[in-house]
Ligand binder design. Structure first.
Ligand code: PXG
Length: 463
């Protein structure tokens, strides 16, 4: 499909886009000089631009379209709910049936201690809720000074003021003119980039975890409310921690009575081959932030799963919690989420990733990419993968300027029909759970072509 059934031509849309539309995380001047690619349709694992060009979407939109594009069932359920009741709120001692049903479903799917849900429209909002809830919890427990939250460098927890403050992206902090107080950041569990010569992955994982303990001791355990972390850092470069990391983090949190806020906005609902990465890594969390794949991106919805410890204090001692959004528990979004979860369950997509496509993706990336001169490391869990782009494998050195080489690989990948992302010098992918082995083969073919083309471009820089 091209733009023939739209009111505007591509050129007209690009001109209007440049004149009026401020894109997220975008250098506007640069974009306006090139013009946006106009995506007009999606079907299964593919997206199509206005010129009819087909692209295999290895990012599942933005880590979210886990059941693929073009699912009529979700459109039907949304239309039906809109006709019946497009909106009513969950304030005023009211609610509507779909958020109630969804909450019960989430309590069933989530780890055993997670039985309550607070809704928002985005992962950022859910993390704002989590921060307020955790601080409120300690206040209710008579410890209002226990309010520091520890996070990790390069973490991504959203783009609201609290989300960006919780996140560890310093370029975001710099533009804010002031972050939310009492949030401290420690090293990320990024073995490829941060391990010392001769240090094993296992040892590195323990060292990265102990950076959290050091931060707790520096602040005083009676001042530290919680640790927030993505089980696998996503936007920060699909950083998969060594197996030693999370058990040690858990031990430390328990020792100092520090709550654990898990951010599963990317990993939730099947991406790692379990419903939640908490299960993949054996983490017992106090809150789990989810969004994205909850509706497979068909509607904006987030669900903060709240563990029994916090929930019981909130309910029993909390009085009114002065927090909520107009769209908390939006009936259309919740109806779509219910249908989306039903599809994931009925099609066995989580099990498919765990037992078949996840291991196959890891195996193919290893077999086909390891030998490439630009590939320093590749790593994956389930449908989440990273490829480190280096100039020298042994030295783990990078091309200059930083980030340029992965950018070239990404541009070639897109030109060759594969939507992948570059973050710093890492290529990242988060394919939908519906990918088959055939899609993985196709992605590897296109990625190799992109790597070869980038290698040719970069040859002059090596000299
Ligand atoms: N937590 C995590 C772990 C995320 O990945 C958010 C919170 C915030 O969610 P919302 O819905 O408020 O965007 C995210 C979002 C990227 C990219 O470039 C990643 C996200 C959003 C936009 C871009 O990889 N993740």
């Amino acid at each position: 499909m091209t733009l023939s059934n739209h009111k505007y031509s591509l050129q007209q849309l690009q001109a209007l886009d440049a004149a009026h539309h401020l894109h997220p995380f975008t250098d506007h001047k640069e974009l306006r000089s090139t013009g946006s690619r106009m995506i007009v349709r999606g079907e299964g694992p593919f997206i199509y631009d206005s010129e009819g060009f087909e692209i295999l979407d290895a990012m599942a939109g933005l880590w979210c379209v886990n059941i693929g594009y073009g699912r009529d069932e979700l459109a039907d359920v949304a239309a039906q709910q809109m006709r019946e009741l497009p909106f009513y709120n969950s304030f005023f001692k009211c609610t509507t049936p779909s958020p109630v049903q969804l909450s019960a479903k989430l309590a069933e799917l989530a780890p055993p201690n997670m039985n309550q849900v607070f809704y928002g429209s985005s992962g950022s909002e859910a993390n704002d809720t989590a921060l307020r809830l955790v601080r409120h919890y300690w206040s209710l427990e008579g410890k209002p000074d226990k309010n520091i939250v520890i996070s990790r460098d390069n973490a991504y927890h959203g783009s609201t003021v609290a989300g960006a403050s919780l996140g560890g992206m310093t370029h975001m902090h710099k533009q804010m003119g002031g972050v939310v107080p009492n949030i401290v950041h420690v090293m990320a569990p990024y073995a490829y980039g941060l391990s010392l010569p001769g240090e094993s992955e296992h040892e590195f994982g323990l060292r990265a975890a102990r950076a959290i303990e050091d931060a707790i001791l520096a602040a005083g355990a009676d001042k530290v409310a919680a640790l927030i972390g993505e089980p696998i850092m996503g936007a920060g470069g699909v950083k998969i921690p060594p197996a030693s990391y999370w058990p040690e983090v858990q031990r430390i949190c328990k020792k100092y009575d520090v709550l654990l806020m898990l951010d599963e906005v990317i990993t939730g609902y099947g991406r790692t081959g379990e419903w939640f990465a908490a299960t993949t890594f054996g983490i017992e969390a106090d809150t789990i932030t989810t969004a994205k794949a909850l509706t497979s991106g068909y509607q904006p919805l987030s669900a903060l799963l709240v563990g029994d410890r916090i929930a019981s204090t909130l309910v029993e001692k909390g009085g009114e919690f002065y927090h909520g959004y107009t769209y908390s528990g939006h009936p259309v979004c919740c109806a779509v989420a219910l249908k989306n979860l039903e599809i994931i369950e009925n099609e066995g997509l989580v099990e498919r990733v765990r037992d078949d496509t996840g291991p196959y993706l890891a195996d193919q990336l290893a077999r086909r990419l390891n030998g490439h001169p630009l590939v320093g490391e590749r790593r994956s869990v389930g449908m989440m993968a990273a490829i480190e782009i280096v100039s020298d494998k042994a030295a783990r050195s990078r091309f200059l300027p930083a980030g340029s080489a992965a950018g070239k690989v990404r541009d070639h990948a897109i030109r060759n029909g594969l939507m992948a992302r570059a973050t710093d010098d890492t290529i990242i992918m988060s394919p939908p759970l519906i990918w088959t082995r055939h899609m993985i083969d196709l992605a590897c073919d296109r990625l190799l072509t992109a790597l070869d083309l980038a290698e040719a471009d970069l040859a002059s820089q090596r000299a």
